[in-house]
Design a protein around this ligand. Structure first.
Ligand code: KIV
Length: 274
């Protein structure tokens, strides 16, 4: 296994993202949860590595993101941050690490930056979490918002359906987006909302929007890396493009290995330590 590391190129910051959005250069965001994947994604030129609490579903095998703890997020953020040379690392704030108030929110964000080495944090919600956003931003930590489908509220919504399809919810998302920008958020994820609503939010804000299932008009796009690579089969959201079927590749490779071991053809004469 190679231990060579690529030369450090200029690191992506909130300023870089703002400049990219102003120049209409689309921002590439992917989730990452461990060192091996983070290194590959960073080398491939991903701009932002999001240590998402989707961790709960695609890595931990849970049915929702609600069981992810702050300790889990700190640990996985450390693994990702250790690999990132160029990409900016954003850590998700898990359920109950900020909803209880600005002091808790600031403590939690502080741990993700100080112990996890994240450069920014992301939290879900609009006007209901503004005091938290303000407290974190005032402490010098950049905050990414998250509107539309917010998976930490799945039990309140009752499903993972598209948000912002009726006029009242649409108006709420537009107002929340402006409020987050005013509170100092540097960017907002828009998840599973109609493309025309995402376009309107993007056009109204001066901070970049990052879409997932929100159409092509956002300043950037994010996907869960396990979805993109065909490593997660529990469900397949319509908005995901699966660029590879690595799950099938891995099953095939491991079956070949098992067959070789069982047949006694592995290891061969050149595959034994000298
Ligand atoms: O947890 C996550 O991976 C996310 C992205 C899907 C935006 O929040």
């Amino acid at each position: 296994m190679s231990t060579d590391r690529p030369a450090r190129t200029e690191q992506v910051t909130t300023l870089t993202l703002r400049r990219m959005a102003a120049a209409r250069e689309r921002i590439v965001v992917l989730t990452a949860y461990d060192h091996a994947f983070a290194r590959l994604l960073d080398e491939a030129g991903v701009d932002v590595l999001l240590v998402g609490d989707s961790l709960g579903m695609v890595v931990q095998g849970e049915p929702t993101t609600l069981t992810v703890t702050l300790d889990h997020m700190v640990y996985h953020t450390q693994l990702v941050a250790r690999a990132a040379r160029r990409a900016m690392v954003v850590a998700d704030m898990p359920f109950l690490s900020y909803q209880t108030g600005p002091v808790d929110a600031l403590r939690s964000a502080g741990r993700l930056v100080q112990e996890g080495r994240a450069q920014a944090v992301k939290l879900e919600g609009g006007r209901s979490v503004l005091p938290q956003v303000q407290a974190i931003v005032d402490a010098g930590v950049p905050v990414m918002g998250h509107l539309g489908l917010t998976p930490q509220s799945v039990h309140q919504f009752g499903s993972y359906r598209t948000r912002g399809t009726d006029p009242a919810e649409r108006a709420r998302i537009l107002t929340d987006a402006s409020a987050l920008e005013e509170a100092g958020a540097f960017s907002i994820v828009l998840e599973k909302i109609p493309a025309d609503l995402a376009a309107e939010v993007t056009q109204r804000l001066s901070i970049p929007t990052i879409g997932i299932g929100a159409g092509p008009h956002c300043a950037g796009q994010v996907l869960v890396v396990h979805d993109l690579l065909g490593l997660f089969d529990a469900f397949r959201p319509r908005f995901v493009r699966r660029y590879r079927e690595l799950g099938a590749e891995i099953r095939a490779a491991v079956s070949e290995y098992a067959a070789d071991v069982r047949a006694g053809t592995f290891p061969g004469p050149d595959e034994t330590a000298p």
